[in-house]
Ligand binder design. Structure first.
Ligand code: FAD
Ligand code: SF4
Length: 472
């Protein structure tokens, strides 16, 4: 009886709201939108968890974080204990607490969500990580004795950082080779500051540095050094986590007009190269007043919201399917709507118009209707004949997905690729067709999520450790 009363009491506690910047203020700055939960709010939210005997939330998490465990520690006020618990399964909790699609993973299956709102697992994860950054002792986890084995990690995105973090603790000598001048992968060049500040990612990378991981930036593997040369330099295992950063385009007339960017270039200029602080930083970016973003994934939301912050009067999303098929995280769509991004569903671009100087001034669109589901399981958009119309614009951002970067894969003999150019790797180990070479993250799965890339990194790290220890 007592248990039932306790459960009913917990169910009455409302989900603690995340305090955040008001939409009309935040659409003019690049600061993070949510402020984070206070310790009191986090402890109250943690009280909502029922500490289920068979927690569905753990099964819903791709890296099986001990969710009730870390939440219980927050409830008890043991915030440092909770971050230690999180680190056991997730080396980037500050990142995942901010960008994981919890609503389709752990929170989707949380038992509390059956009747009301699920426990705010992501917000609690973020709280624990932020508390540690602000108040932690900086104490490093214990490392195993040096094994004398050298490992090269190619790419400093979430998959590569996870491999490096796991293997350094196992006593191996790890060096990350990163093509860009800064580590972090999409976390720093793609996801904007207002969702995930670069400083948070750099703090995670610094932490790896303190553990002994070496990071060599401006190192394009496949161009300045080959995998064979890495082996000759004494590396015994190599992990490839080079991502899927090659942007797709629409293939419609006039797509090369001035003022039409791939989302990849637009976001990299703005985030990594800090174009939003031009001329303090050298890299400029076109600041459109009338902006159209094509696509409706996370990348499109990030682009449309970035355009507002760079001074756009109107920022429109053009998407060929309906709102039900939008692939972006629900929270991102909600934030975009609040900030004033307009959505044009069931609309496909068919061509762009330019002026005499070659700058984009408009887009021709075609209305669509939905047919039967296609290979992706989503209903196929079908053009409605004669429904052409025009939209004015002075900046267009194309965010319709990305593919495998061919630079490293094409220059590496014997590396088996699938027909889309992604590396073929064993799902349970990450082993590729080349002895001593593993791969994981977007370069194996195609563009996916941070947590899946980290999960692949962990799988590969376990397999690399076995190989270095036992030879298999
Ligand atoms: P990446 O993060 O792409 O990192 C690969 C790294 O390898 C890069 O730093 C690259 O410079 C480097 N590299 C490439 N080639 C070489 C080479 N030859 N030599 C050396 N280095 C090389 N996921 C979510 O879960 N939630 C989100 O909200 C979300 N939002 C996103 C927003 C944007 C704008 C984008 C683009 C993606 C988003 N994603 C999101 C997806 C997520 O970021 C990726 O799935 C994840 O970063 C993939 O990790 P990775 O380690 O495989 O590769
Ligand atoms: Fe707590 Fe929800 Fe997980 Fe149950 S399913 S343990 S209530 S977070």
């Amino acid at each position: 009886m007592a248990k039932v009363v306790k459960k009913a009491k917990k169910e009455k506690i409302p989900r603690q709201p995340m305090p955040e910047q008001a939409p009309d203020i935040r659409r003019k700055n690049f600061d993070e939108v949510p402020f984070g939960l206070s310790p009191e709010a986090a402890m109250k939210e943690a009280e909502r968890c029922l500490q289920c005997k068979k927690p569905a939330c753990i099964a819903g998490c791709p890296v099986e974080v001990d969710i009730p465990g870390f939440i219980q520690l927050i409830k008890d006020g043991d915030f440092q204990g909770s971050i230690r618990n999180l680190w056991a399964k997730n080396s980037l909790p500050a990142v995942c607490g901010r960008v994981c699609p919890q609503e389709t993973q752990c929170e989707e299956v949380c038992i509390i969500g059956k009747k009301g709102e699920p426990v705010a697992i992501g917000n609690l994860e973020r709280f624990a990580a932020d508390y540690e950054r602000a108040h932690g002792t900086g104490e490093l986890p214990p490392k195993e004795k040096p094994t004398g084995k050298k490992v090269a990690v190619v790419g400093a995105g979430p998959s590569g950082l996870t491999v490096a973090g796991d293997l350094i603790l196992k006593g191996h000598d790890v060096t990350i080779f990163e093509a860009f001048h800064l580590p972090g992968g999409v976390l720093v060049y793609g996801i904007p500051e207002f969702r995930l500040s670069n400083d948070i990612v750099f703090a995670e990378v610094d932490f790896l540095g303190k553990l002994g991981v070496k990071v060599q930036c401006n190192a394009v593997v496949g161009r300045i050094i080959t995998l064979e040369e890495l082996f000759e330099e004494g590396y015994e295992a190599i992990f490839l986590g080079v991502g899927a950063g090659l942007p797709n385009f629409l293939g419609v007339p006039n797509e090369n007009l001035i003022g039409i960017f791939s989302a990849n270039e637009y976001l990299t200029r703005t985030n990594l190269m800090k174009a939003y602080l031009f001329p303090k930083y050298d890299t400029p970016v076109i600041r459109g007043k009338n902006v159209i973003t094509i696509g409706a994934g996370n990348v499109a939301m990030d682009s449309a919201r970035t355009a507002l912050r760079l001074g756009a009067k109107s920022s429109r999303i053009v998407y060929r399917r309906s709102s039900a098929e939008v692939p972006a995280r629900a929270a991102e769509v909600h934030h975009a709507e609040e900030e004033g991004v307009e959505f044009h569903f069931l609309t496909a671009p068919t061509k762009f118009y330019g002026n005499q100087k070659g700058r984009v001034i408009g887009m021709q669109g075609l209305k669509m209707e939905l047919g039967e589901p296609d290979d992706s399981g989503r209903r196929r958009p079908i053009p409605i004949e004669g429904s052409e119309f025009e939209l004015e614009c002075d900046l267009v951002i194309i965010a319709v997905g990305s593919g495998a970067n061919p630079l490293l894969t094409k220059s590496t003999q014997g590396l088996r690729l699938n027909r889309w150019g992604y590396i073929m790797a064993e799902p349970n180990t990450g082993k590729t067709s080349l002895k001593g070479v593993w791969a994981g993250g977007d370069i194996v799965t195609g563009a996916a999520t941070v947590i899946l890339a980290m999960g692949a990194g962990r799988t590969a790290a376990d397999s690399i450790h076995d190989y270095l220890t036992w030879g298999w």
